[in-house]
Write a protein that binds this ligand. Structure first.
Ligand code: AP5
Length: 211
């Protein structure tokens, strides 16, 4: 089962994609996490993408497409995968459709105002988990429940970079929904609910469509 999670920045797509992947035993693939891993470890790729990621711009398609192709070709993805943050524009969508199929495209809907509020309280972990100071705190303040590492604020969670990311989402990513809608695999869920309620909506879609 191949699932894509769409949604504006802060809508909780990373939170939900990780939950679905963990509970259904699929690999969770986040292009943002892959880039942040390379940034943190100062790899050659990290140096290439640093300026784009930190200012909220899209990393060039050739680089991003190659990373996704390599990841999807790994043996663990033969059972399916949950994709978060890709595709984000028409070229990426075309590339993805050449290398694999998509079963469900889920859009988590949330207003920009609410999304900004969520990002301002976010704490991230290097293992990919996201926490929120108020809505989803870690058990021990500042420490990840899963990997035990120190939580941090993302460099791109600054007002200017957030505005840039949301603008790109509306201009380049939202138009992709029509493609999946025409295939009958696009499902919209209300993101302005608790984490568990959003998850239940997504599970409902996947289970119903699968049955
Ligand atoms: P990426 O890491 O994908 O970031 P993003 O798209 O900006 O999305 P976010 O991670 O900010 O939001 P989210 O919806 O996942 O929210 P989360 O679950 O954390 O990309 C980063 C950068 O990498 C891009 O800007 C770009 O430069 C580059 N990049 C990535 N993919 C690319 C691509 N395909 N092409 C080119 N470049 C690419 O939740 C947010 C907060 O809200 C958390 O604190 C969470 O705990 C909380 N929360 C979640 N759900 C709820 C809820 N229901 N109620 C209350 N709080 C909640």
């Amino acid at each position: 089962m191949n699932i894509i999670i769409f949604g504006p920045q802060g809508s909780g797509k990373g939170t939900q994609a990780e939950l679905i992947a963990r509970r259904r035993n699929f690999p969770y693939i986040s292009t943002g996490d892959i880039f942040r891993y390379h940034l943190k470890n100062k790899t050659e790729l990290g140096q290439q993408v640093a300026e784009y990621v930190n200012t909220g711009q899209l990393v060039p398609d050739e680089l991003t497409n190659k990373i996704i192709q390599d990841r999807i070709n790994q043996p663990d993805c033969t059972v399916g995968f949950v994709l978060d943050g890709y595709p984000r524009n028409q070229k990426q969508l075309e590339f993805l459709s050449q290398i694999t199929t998509v079963d469900y495209a889920i859009v988590i809907e949330l207003s920009d105002q609410e999304a900004i509020k969520r990002l301002s309280g976010r704490l991230a972990s290097k293992c990919g988990l996201s926490y929120h100071l108020e809505f989803n705190p870690s058990q021990q303040a500042g420490i990840c429940d899963k990997c035990g590492d120190q939580l941090f604020r993302r460099d791109d969670d600054q007002p200017q970079a957030i505005a840039q990311r949301l603008a790109i989402y509306h201009q380049e990513t939202e138009p992709l929904f029509a493609v999946y809608e025409n295939k009958g695999i696009l499902h919209r869920v209300n993101g302005a609910k608790t984490i568990d309620e959003v998850y239940q909506q997504i599970e409902g879609v996947i289970s119903q469509a699968a049955g």
